[in-house]
Design a protein around this ligand. Structure first.
Ligand code: ADP
Ligand code: MG
Length: 688
């Protein structure tokens, strides 16, 4: 206990010291350093030791309690033994008293008996009375003798009892001594245990004390380390403070510096902007010059290529062509020259040279590839016309419109326009609008209008610009392929509801899709307008004079007239005549803007490859070649023009003019003369 008390005092002293250390101002840089961690570890250890001491105390008190209990038990046993001994003593005394009484009785009885004997002797000599008295005495004597025997018996029993009680006493004594020995032994054991416990306790206390001392020493050492650390940190803190003050001064002067830097940078930027502005002006000037140059070059290229290009497309043989000799193929190609096409007409081969010939194997994409450049030039503000020419069933509608799976020029052209416009969207704003019209019997109709049966007129613009316009013609703005599909469907529906026999009607009317691309250059404000006219012409098949009558003849005449007028206009344009007869048909009049000036025209001549159509094929190819050859040699222009008579459409006899294929002569009038040295294509190739 004294040791414990001493330890507690030591502990309190340590705690007080710790408390004192804690109350000292905390050194900020020491936070989280290893000394603090060490001191917390040590503190933990001290509290652990305290716990151990408390545990030992608990154990000690338990042992004390046990000893107390055992002592109590011993006292109890002793008390019991004492009681037993007292009882035995009492019993002994009682027995010895009884023995004494018995001895006394015996003695008294012994003392009484002689007089009785004497009486008996006297009685024997005495009378009967005495005798009786003797008898009585004898009886009494007898009785007394019996009593004595009985007493003797009792005495014997008592002696036996005494003996047994003596034995019991000795037994009890031996037991008591045994108990005592046991008690002695237990006491010894207990003392031993207490001794060993005391030793254990002392040892534990000593160990704990030693440990606590060692730990305290370590704590002290750590504290000393912390103190030295604190002392070394102070100079660092001083340098930090001076650094901080320096930075503060810098920060105070920073806005001034920044102001100066900003002013100089502003001046530099202003100068740079000025430079860029002048540069930009220069670039804009150059750009405008380049734009003009480009247009000039383009015009030159177009002039070189010819404003009018003619290509042929041969459709594949279909089921509708039937079987037998009539459905035999009569069209062949030159494997080395894709501008040549051969036709076997009435057993004789005829060759034609155009700008390009597409075989039945050519896909819609192949054909579109050829017209792509024309379509993009529309974005630059050029007007373009693409015609599909040929007899009914030769593939005009297939080439222009196509099918859902194989879209024709119409769809692909609009898709291309959309993507091109998208590409230029950063510099240009474009709007694309479409109109769908038809010319039937020289009557122009709006297929997108609410009243498609209404006749539309073509008028001169009242502003004196000489431009034409169609009052009331619907224009739809389109922004996606979806929009185009809707417009086409709408136009198609309008056309079918108007006419019951759609196939026949469409073969006798011209269908026009007019796409207008209006652009504005965002930087220069320059505006352009380009028109793309995609025309699916009426069937070019000739109707014999005798065969047709009534409305059929009227239709044929109208078709003939308009196709001839188209030929005339193209011829006049290519031969650069002063007067171009645009007004001779609704078609040419409507397309006047798009056929004249810088405009470009492509004629796709569609032909059927089968025998039964060979006359029409011949006619179509000759028409194509003529269109192509108009531009050749200035001297020959006049003479070539003579072939564009409206009569020719009705009365032409092709067979009489067919040249021999071996000579590679051409069916156009004047083709045999020296004024036709070679094809435009070849000219282009050599000039390129
Ligand atoms: P047109 O418009 O000249 O009267 P179509 O375009 O209607 O002729 O063509 C007649 C038939 O021939 C149609 O069934 C069409 O699908 C088919 N056809 C025309 N050209 C091709 C081609 N290049 N490939 C496959 N089929 C074609
Ligand atoms: Mg058609």
């Amino acid at each position: 206990m004294v040791e414990n008390e001493r330890l507690k005092q030591e502990l309190r002293r340590c705690e007080a010291e710790l408390q004192e250390l804690r109350t000292q101002p905390p050194a900020a840089p020491c936070l989280g350093c290893e000394h603090v961690q060490e001191s917390t570890q040590l503190r933990d250890k001290v509290s652990q030791l305290q716990l151990e001491v408390a545990e030992n105390k608990g154990m000690l008190s338990e042992l004390n309690l046990e000893v107390q209990q055992k002592t109590d038990r011993l006292a109890e046993v002793e008390l019991r033994l004492k009681d037993c001994l007292a009882e035995k003593a009492q019993e002994e005394e009682r027995l010895s008293r009884r023995l004494r009484n018995s001895h006394e009785t015996i003695a008294s009885l012994r003392a009484q008996s002689p007089p009785v004997k004497y009486v008996i002797k006297t009685v024997e000599v005495d009378s009967s009375k005495t005798k009786q008295a003797l008898n009585e005495s004898q009886a009494r004597n007898q009785h007394l003798q019996e009593q004595v025997a009985m007493q003797r018996q009792v005495l014997k029993e008592m002696e036996q009892q005494l003996e047994s009680s003596n034995q019991l006493t000795s037994q009890l004594r031996s037991q008591i001594s045994m108990y005592e020995a046991e008690l002695e032994r237990a006491h010894g054991q207990m003392l031993e245990e207490m001794q060993s416990m005391e030793e254990d306790k002392n040892r534990a206390i000593e160990e704990a004390f030693a440990r606590a001392q060692v730990e305290m020493k370590a704590v002290h050492e750590n504290l000393a380390g912390v103190r030295t650390n604190l002392l070394t940190l102070q100079p660092a803190l001083r340098t930090l403070t001076s650094d901080y003050n320096g930075l503060k001064r810098q920060v105070r002067s920073f806005p001034l510096l920044l102001q100066e830097a900003l002013q100089s940078v502003k001046a530099e930027i202003g100068q740079a902007i000025e430079e860029v502005n002048t540069n930009n002006q220069e670039l804009l000037r150059k750009y405008r010059r380049e734009l003009q140059l480009r247009k000039k070059c383009h015009n030159e290229l177009v002039r070189l290529k010819g404003n009018i290009r003619v290509i042929a497309r041969v459709r594949p043989i279909t089921k509708e062509d039937g079987e037998g000799p009539e459905a035999a193929n009569v069209v062949t190609f030159d494997p080395d020259d894709d501008a040549i096409i051969y036709l076997l007409h009435k057993g004789k081969p005829v060759s034609f040279e155009l700008d390009k010939v597409f075989s039945p194997l050519a896909s819609q994409q192949d054909v579109f590839q050829e017209v792509q450049a024309l379509i993009t030039s529309c974005i630059d503000g050029f007007n373009v016309c693409i015609f599909a020419y040929g007899q009914t069933g030769a593939g005009k509608t297939y080439t222009m419109e196509g099918t859902l799976e194989n879209p024709g020029i119409n769809q692909q052209a609009l898709q291309l326009l959309f993507s091109e416009v998208q590409e230029k969207a950063s510099d240009w704003e474009y709007t694309i609008t479409v109109s769908v019209t038809e010319i039937y019997n020289e009557v122009l109709r709006d297929l997108l209008g609410t009243e498609p049966q209404e006749k539309l007129e073509i008028r001169l613009c009242p502003d004196g610009s000489g431009q034409l316009y169609v009052p009331g013609l619907t224009e739809f703005r389109v922004q996606s392929v979806d929009d185009i599909n809707k417009v086409f469907e709408f136009g198609h529906n309008n056309r079918t509801t108007e006419f019951t026999n759609m196939n026949e009607h469409s073969s006798r009317s011209h269908a026009l899709l007019i796409v207008t691309v209006r652009g504005r250059d965002c930087s220069t404000g320059l505006r352009t307008t380009g028109k793309l006219n995609l025309v699916d012409l009426a069937g070019s098949e000739r109707v014999g004079k005798s065969g047709a009558e009534g409305s059929r003849l009227r239709e044929a005449q109208h078709i003939n007239k308009s196709l001839s007028a188209l030929g005339d206009v193209i011829a006049a344009l290519r031969s650069r005549q002063g007067h171009v007869p645009f007004r001779n048909s609704k078609l040419t009049y409507l397309l006047q803007d798009s056929l004249s000036g810088d405009s470009k025209t492509l004629m796709v001549v569609q032909v059927s490859p089968v025998e039964k159509n060979s006359s029409e094929t011949l006619y179509s190819l000759r028409f194509a070649e003529r269109v192509r050859s108009v531009e050749l040699g200035p001297g020959s222009r006049r003479t070539e023009l003579g072939s564009w008579s409206s009569q020719e459409h009705l009365e032409l006899e092709p067979a009489c003019q067919i040249p021999q294929p071996t000579a590679r002569a051409h069916s156009a009038p004047g083709s045999g003369t020296s004024s036709r040295p070679g094809s435009i294509r070849r000219k282009l190739q050599s000039s390129a």
